[in-house]
Design a protein around this ligand. Structure first.
Ligand SMILES: Cc1cc2nc3c(=O)[nH]c(=O)nc-3n(C[C@H](O)[C@H](O)[C@H](O)COP(=O)(O)OP(=O)(O)OC[C@H]3O[C@@H](n4cnc5c(N)ncnc54)[C@H](O)[C@@H]3O)c2cc1C
Length: 288
């Protein structure tokens, strides 16, 4: 099916995009990589009157460490994440997840900003960001606000962004020394969305778990932060028993449904298994 009629606007700067959002916000959609938006428009699930293309905006595709954080521009492509040395060397959860997103064509076009703004509960990057305690930067013509990812991801395909705001940057706290991470994804075939996936980020301090973040993909109405599971690890020795208990708590935090990818019972079980395995991997990495 063809999308319904719309006016196309090519923004050449953030300021121009924000001005267009002020003019057309409620009836407009931002276009980034188009990998989620264009299919939805073709199916006529969304029919914006105006498309604001931010792809030509220079300077929104940077990957740099700044003031204790990794700053990722909203237009950073999934493939850039997968091939970045900074990410490979210092952000293992993101490094593990990026090559598992979709297929090479989608990874060449899809952006991190688009993926998070789309807020698909089966999207991989939402869980990675939750496990790493990321913030998103939202800009409008009246200023900027920095929002924790847990407050940004509100519900299925719903975020706390307002119609006149643009997501411009994602900030991930740089993990301390002796950190590790993992992203385990169960998919029916390579390139598929997750049946279940678990993001784990962990650091060790004086032989115990200093901090931990665990988040779940595809098992609820949005990416789920398994906060109780992560909290159960703080200050404990990184043992199989502690990881098994965290796995049980993560499974209890999940809320999967039975569908073509598997039964709810199977998915919950896989959350438990992947949390346990992910923690063991991250812990071994952190221990060097
Ligand atoms: C075949 C296929 C397989 C896929 N498999 C996976 C997978 O395994 N895992 C996974 O995580 N994803 C998967 N995806 C989704 C893919 O990662 C998309 O690229 C991503 O979800 C959207 O990014 P985009 O840049 O294409 O955004 P677009 O499609 O351009 O936009 C998506 C939404 O975000 C909004 N938006 C975009 N950028 C901004 C911004 N900067 N500020 C405010 N709003 C913005 C748009 O208005 C729109 O509502 C798949 C997609 C396809 C087509």
């Amino acid at each position: 099916m063809l999308p319904s009629r719309f006016d196309y606007h090519r923004a050449s700067s953030v300021e121009e995009a924000l001005s267009l959002l002020d003019d057309y916000g409620e009836d407009a959609k931002v276009l980034a990589g188009g990998q989620s938006l264009i299919p939805l428009m073709k199916l006529r699930f969304v029919s914006p009157g105006h498309l604001i293309d931010i792809d030509p905006i220079p300077g929104l595709d940077g990957i740099e460490e700044r003031e204790g954080s990794l700053a990722l521009g909203a237009l950073v492509r999934h493939n850039q994440l997968a091939s970045s040395e900074i990410i490979t060397n210092g952000y293992p959860t993101l490094a593990a997840a990026a090559p598992q997103i979709a297929d090479p064509i989608v990874r060449n076009l899809g952006t991190i900003g688009g993926s998070l703004a789309h807020a698909d509960p089966a999207g991989d990057l939402g869980s990675v960001m939750l496990s790493m305690g990321a913030n998103v930067v939202l800009r409008s013509s009246s200023g900027e606000r920095v929002v924790p990812i847990g407050e940004f991801l509100v519900d299925t395909f719903t975020t706390s962004i307002t119609p006149n705001e643009l997501l411009t940057e994602i900030r991930i706290p740089t993990p301390p020394p002796r950190s590790g991470g993992s992203y385990l994804k169960l998919e029916r075939k390579v390139g598929d969305f997750a049946t279940v996936a678990v993001a784990v980020t962990l650091s060790l301090q004086d032989g115990t778990v200093g901090s931990a973040g665990i988040a779940l993909t595809g098992v609820g109405l949005k990416n789920i932060e398994a906060a109780e599971a992560a909290a159960s690890l703080h200050g404990t020795a990184p043992t199989d028993e502690a990881f098994a208990e965290a796995g049980r708590l993560a499974a209890a935090a999940s809320n999967p449904v039975t569908d073509v990818r598997g039964t709810d019972t199977y998915k919950r079980h896989m959350v438990e298994v992947y949390t346990r395995r992910g923690l063991a991997t991250a812990s071994a990495m952190a221990a060097g």
